[in-house]
Ligand binder design. Structure first.
Ligand SMILES: NC(=O)c1ccc[n+]([C@@H]2O[C@H](COP(=O)([O-])OP(=O)(O)OC[C@H]3O[C@@H](n4cnc5c(N)ncnc54)[C@H](OP(=O)(O)O)[C@@H]3O)[C@@H](O)[C@H]2O)c1
Length: 214
């Protein structure tokens, strides 16, 4: 059985990614801090916990290990939040929250995966803001840059034959409604599932993704 774990599946891009894996024959476990969304298909398991809480992540992986029958595992680190504003527009706590939701959630979930699965695919929804700086994104951009640095370090620490890590750096995603100037989440989710299913002799370690804009 192929199992995909999607963090931040309560809404937005994560919800679409969870559905797309499920439609393509994967068993799916979605996670989020909010209660299970009504719009999530019943075939998708949903686990409510804060992925930026290290202990909650350890508990999740322990339960996963106890029940798992998966022979293929894909973790999609999608959970994140966005605060708009530069240093003087934001509070010190915003910097902490950005690191918690965008960076530490990915670190703790990945640590749990590696402790419990000897082989896996890991796909990370980073952001173009990890690559390019913006005057109004110092908190968000720094958290995403930390995420990029972490996973690029892991790409060197582990062989891709064991943990195949793909970092995506999308710019605008139409995750809260139609927007012809942004990436359609259904298209991005389709690409993510293709990468998870890719059994060829190559893989994509780092991918920038831009909207075509109509
Ligand atoms: N939208 C864009 O233009 C864009 C561009 C580039 C990259 N991205 C990245 O793509 C990802 C998805 O973006 P989106 O637009 O779909 O965002 P979104 O609509 O705000 O959804 C974010 C998801 O992350 C979850 N989440 C946040 N903190 C969490 C935590 N600590 N533990 C568990 N779940 C958590 C949220 O659920 P709960 O609140 O229920 O926890 C929600 O399901 C994010 O990482 C974002 O940074 C987005």
């Amino acid at each position: 059985m192929k199992t995909a774990i999607i963090t931040g599946a309560s809404q937005g891009l994560g919800l679409v990614i969870a559905r797309t894996f499920s439609d393509n024959g994967w068993q799916v476990i979605g996670t989020g801090r909010s209660a299970r969304p009504d719009t999530l298909d019943q075939t998708i398991q949903y686990e409510q916990f804060d992925a930026s809480d290290a202990e909650a992540c350890t508990d999740f992986w322990q339960r996963f290990k106890d029940k798992a029958t998966a022979d293929e595992v894909c973790l999609v680190n999608n959970a994140g939040s966005y605060v708009e504003g530069g240093l003087l527009d934001t509070k010190a706590a915003d910097y902490d929250k950005q690191m918690q939701s965008n960076y530490f959630s990915a670190v703790y979930m990945t640590r749990g995966l590696i402790d419990n699965c000897h082989k896996a695919r890991i796909i990370n929804i980073v952001s173009n803001s990890a690559l390019n700086t913006h005057s109004s994104q110092s908190a968000y951009g720094a958290a995403k840059a930390a995420e990029k640095h972490f996973f690029q370090s892991l790409q060197k620490e582990f062989p891709a034959s064991k943990y195949r890590i793909t970092n995506l750096y999308p710019s605008d995603i139409a995750s809260s409604g139609p927007n012809s100037n942004a990436i359609n989440p259904v298209d991005l989710a389709g690409f993510i599932v293709q990468q998870a299913d890719n059994k060829s002799t190559y893989y994509l370690p780092d991918v920038t993704v831009y909207p075509t804009k109509e």
